[in-house]
Unconditional design. Structure first.
Lengths: 284, 372
């Protein structure tokens, strides 16, 4: 309850930027594995139509935050609302892209079949995907540049291709909110660019995108909003307001080295920090 | 094997064994894909006290009664495993091993107790240890086919859901499928598959019928539907052949005979299947290594030719070997290149590139740069 005042002021700052309603509201969220707290009293809003990075050191609870939004992790306390209701009522509005390594890619199936799984929620029980679903899946594969791989066995894909297949599966869900857990992990620079462009298109089409991200360098380029997390919430909001040296220091401890450069784009603000994370941005 | 069609007993036995092979092969595929092979082992061993208790309580040796007892015991065993994993620090595999041996030990104790009773009706329960297909009656086979058919039908009805559960359970949760319930469904189907085969194969070896057909089938295909079908087919074949062998030999229990058949199929599949088979992957490895070796020698010949500004300048095997000290077989590779028309040797035993070899070497070196 004590942070409601803070939260209100945060709401105020995001109103100026977006339509104003929160896509996701997180209240007093605490998650613990065994006795160890992973998220502690996190209180934040994700406004609609943002492309937001969640950053923080290893073990900061980034993945847990995403998983507790979609009910994969049961919180000790607190609640999460998606467009004002519990996730159970709103799951059709949300698409989740898990970490690539969370499944066995040696499973006997092909690319199109995995993408079709994105339609299973809409299909409901027992009904099998039909031609319409296949068309949607092929369109999604086309968007991620993988349509030629539709019949490819999934064990033959590279890391970047696996990631794009997962992305296509989420696109097929045609959701309002996309939650992605490290979509750039282990993908090459070209794929990373392609994925970022796609995420920005989604945001442009009015969708809300929340991404667990590791590379602090690219945060200002890729995202418009950022959440800094280290078990507790450090800050959450537009990149140019909250992606500051003091906040990063709070998030990463003393492990971040800062290199300042003059910023030509926004001469009114004080220099934008270019960050070199010493060890902090290396993923586990 | 004409007798299968004429000999009534043998036909019954073969039908029963084939049925169990189909059911355990198909449903075992999911256990293998979900890396739950040990679950089948625990479930089948745990069924023994269920069979014994069902007999003690009802005094009946009817197939359905004993199957029900086995299924309930298998079920209780999975509950124990789940509770142990949840409330202690013991991991899944240890919990399975623990439950397996405790239930099996208890079952053996009950079996001994039953056999010591003066009652003549007890005879034959020990066939549940190693299986005795010869004891199958036509009514038993009908029960097996009905129960197994129900399990297969449920698997087909919930095909999409079970595939999703096996591939990406977290994703299944997020799109609203009750993963816990699906997990219970799949485990129940596996329990049914095991119970169907118990009398024929026995509790000790039944887990092989869950794992081996699926492992064999996986080698031949990359499609789930084909894998499940092939596993059912392999299971059926080994069931029928094993039952036949055991019926020809006095005192050869059916379980071991069937398991030897499916083991042979699995070993052959592991060795010979295209793509995944060990033999073919060795051949592929050798071809790749060989291809790389000849590419390397071609590149060396090209480099030497460019140093000397003339393609026909010959070089001894020793020079070429010295360029790749870590790599043997240069002389043999040169001879193979000569067979392909890429290299020639002069009277002094010195090697150079042919015209075709020059083009090939340039292709090899330039494609090497692109990929690096």
């Amino acid at each position: 309850m004590h942070n409601h005042r803070e939260r209100d002021s945060r709401d105020g700052s995001s109103v100026s930027k977006t339509a104003g309603r929160a896509a996701i509201e997180i209240r007093d969220l605490t998650v613990a594995y065994q006795q160890k707290p992973v998220l502690w009293d996190v209180d934040m809003d994700v406004p609609e139509q943002v492309l937001m990075a969640i950053v923080g050191p290893n073990g900061a609870g980034k993945t847990t935050l995403i998983k507790s939004i979609i009910g994969l992790v049961r919180p000790v306390a607190g609640q999460v609302m998606v467009h004002g209701k519990g996730y159970g009522e709103q799951r059709r509005l949300v698409a989740y892209v898990p970490q690539r390594g969370s499944v066995d890619w040696d499973f006997p199936t092909d690319v199109l079949d995995v993408v079709l799984m994105g339609r299973y929620g809409a299909l409901g029980w027992i009904r099998r995907p039909g031609k319409h679903d296949r068309d949607l899946a092929l369109q999604a594969l086309d968007k991620v540049g993988m349509v030629d791989y539709a019949t490819r066995q999934i064990s033959q894909l590279s890391g970047g291709q696996q990631q794009r297949v997962f992305l296509a599966r989420a696109l097929v869900q045609d959701a309002q909110i996309y939650l992605m857990d490290e979509p750039f992990q282990g993908v090459d620079a070209t794929t990373e660019r392609a994925i970022v462009t796609l995420l920005q298109e989604l945001r442009g089409a009015g969708r809300t995108v929340l991404v667990v991200h590791h590379d602090l360098q690219t945060v200002p380029d890729y995202f418009d909003s950022v959440t800094l997390l280290n078990v507790r919430l450090i800050a959450s909001g537009p990149v140019r307001e909250v992606f500051t040296e003091p906040n990063l220091r709070l998030t990463y401890g003393g492990r971040v080295a800062f290199l300042y450069r003059d910023n030509e784009d926004t001469p009114d603000t004080s220099a934008t920090p270019t960050i070199q994370a010493a060890g902090a941005a290396l993923d586990s | 094997m004409d007798d299968i069609f004429t000999d009534y007993t043998l036909r019954t036995v073969a039908l029963g064994a084939g049925t169990l092979g189909i059911v355990s092969g198909a449903l075992g595929s999911y256990a293998v894909l979900r890396k739950q092979s040990l679950l089948g082992d625990a479930l089948s061993h745990a069924a023994l006290p269920g069979v014994a208790l069902a007999f003690i309580l009802t005094g009946s040796k009817g197939q359905f009664v004993l199957m029900l007892g086995a299924a309930i015991a298998g079920w209780i065993a999975t509950l124990f495993v789940a509770q142990i994993v949840r409330h202690t620090r013991i991991k899944q595999d240890s919990a399975l091993g623990l439950v397996l041996s405790v239930f099996f030990g208890f079952g053996l104790m009950l079996l001994t107790f039953i056999q010591q009773r003066a009652d003549a009706s007890q005879a034959g329960l020990d066939r549940f240890l190693f299986g005795q297909a010869a004891a199958l009656l036509e009514s038993d086979v009908i029960t097996m086919a009905a129960v197994g058919g129900l399990a297969i039908a449920l698997m087909l009805i919930f095909w999409k859901e079970l595939k999703l559960l096996s591939f990406d359970p977290d994703f299944a949760v997020t799109i609203g499928f009750p993963v816990r319930a699906l997990d219970i469904l799949l485990t129940t189907l596996l329990v049914i598959a095991i119970v169907v085969g118990l009398q024929t194969v026995g509790v000790v070896l039944m887990s092989a019928m869950v794992v081996a057909p699926a492992v064999a089938a996986r080698q031949w295909t990359d499609k789930l539907a084909v894998m499940v079908g092939a596993a059912a087919f392999f299971g059926a074949i080994s069931g029928v052949v094993g039952a036949y062998i055991s019926s020809r030999e006095e005192n050869l229990p059916t379980g071991p005979a069937i398991v030897i058949c499916i083991t042979c199929i699995a070993l052959l599949s592991l060795a010979l299947a295209p793509n995944r088979g060990l033999v073919w992957s060795r051949v592929r490895q050798w071809r790749n290594a060989h291809g790389l070796r000849s590419d390397a020698v071609l590149a060396d010949l090209l480099a030497l030719a460019q140093q000397h500004d003339e393609a026909q300048h010959g070089h001894s095997v020793e020079v070429l070997t010295a360029m790749r000290p870590e790599q043997g077989g240069v002389a043999r590779t040169l001879r193979q290149l000569a067979d392909q028309g890429f290299a020639v040797s002069n009277n002094a035993g010195e090697w150079s590139l042919t015209h075709a070899g020059l083009a090939e070497a340039k292709r090899v070196t330039s494609s090497g740069q692109e990929t690096s």
